[in-house]
Design a protein around this ligand. Structure first.
Ligand SMILES: [Fe+2]
Ligand SMILES: [Fe+2]
Length: 242
């Protein structure tokens, strides 16, 4: 790839917990590698399921673990983060549930796809209208990046297809109509990269949940956006033995 204009690291489905299905060794390994990357990431995007149970002990540990990442980190809320009224703790300890991040030429929309105590996700009419208005208003050369937890298109090898975003058809239409450059998602613990028209859709695997699928293991993504606007996605697989 030619010169890198912007580097995103995507981690996802860390399921951080004192009691749950969290593999701390995998998380620490990922952070060690991320902190040593050259070039350094401009931003780390976590696409949800930061915690496993959404309870206070999980959030307290998650906040400590996020602090060891030496880069600006933004997080979309996942269905596990919403469990047990976890959204109140997410807002208090992590960030708002949805917001925009203006990185100059790169504009991030962090969206809230889960609903309390449900595994299914949706963005709904209100967020669709908001996205539509904002995407229209952005300067022409802005690189548009949307991140949310639930997946927009079915992901193979993840068992019976369920929990795809309930309004996936409308969101996909909106994303393609406005030529969104990049959509970042998590949830299925299976990595998949697709390109539809000019939009790159990236589903992350899990970085540190015990619930891996088959032999896919743990991973994170390095997403480089070139000076020419080209997007290159590589998966960094974490070791199985540490
Ligand atoms: Fe997950
Ligand atoms: Fe999830």
């Amino acid at each position: 790839m030619r010169d890198i204009a912007y580097r995103i690291v995507q981690i996802s489905d860390t399921h951080i917990s004192k009691y749950g299905q969290y593999e701390e060794g995998r998380f620490n390994e990922a952070v060690r590698i991320i902190n040593r990357l050259e070039p350094k990431p401009d931003i780390v995007v976590h696409t949800g399921d930061l915690t496993d149970n959404g309870v206070l002990a999980d959030y307290e540990l998650a906040v400590e673990k996020l602090k060891i990442i030496n880069a600006k980190t933004i997080t979309a809320v996942g269905n596990h983060d919403e469990r047990n009224f976890g959204q109140s703790l997410f807002r208090e300890l992590v960030s708002p549930l949805e917001y925009e991040v203006d990185e100059g030429q790169f504009n991030f929309f962090i969206m809230n796809s889960p609903e309390p105590d449900r595994d299914e996700g949706r963005l709904g009419r209100r967020r669709q209208t908001y996205l539509e208005e904002r995407l229209k208003a952005l300067p022409k050369h802005t690189v548009k990046i949307i991140a949310f937890h639930h997946h927009l298109v079915p992901v193979p090898h993840s068992g019976r297809e369920m929990n795809v975003l309930e309004d996936a058809g409308d969101i996909l239409d909106l994303v393609l109509k406005h030529k969104v450059n990049l959509v970042l998602m998590g949830h299925r613990h299976v990595r998949r990269v697709l390109k539809i028209d000019s939009t790159v859709l990236v589903n992350a695997g899990t970085t540190s949940s015990m619930r891996t699928r088959g032999r896919f293991g743990h991973s994170f993504n390095i997403i480089d956006i070139g000076q020419d606007g080209q997007i290159n996605v590589t998966e960094h697989r974490l070791s199985e033995t540490e």
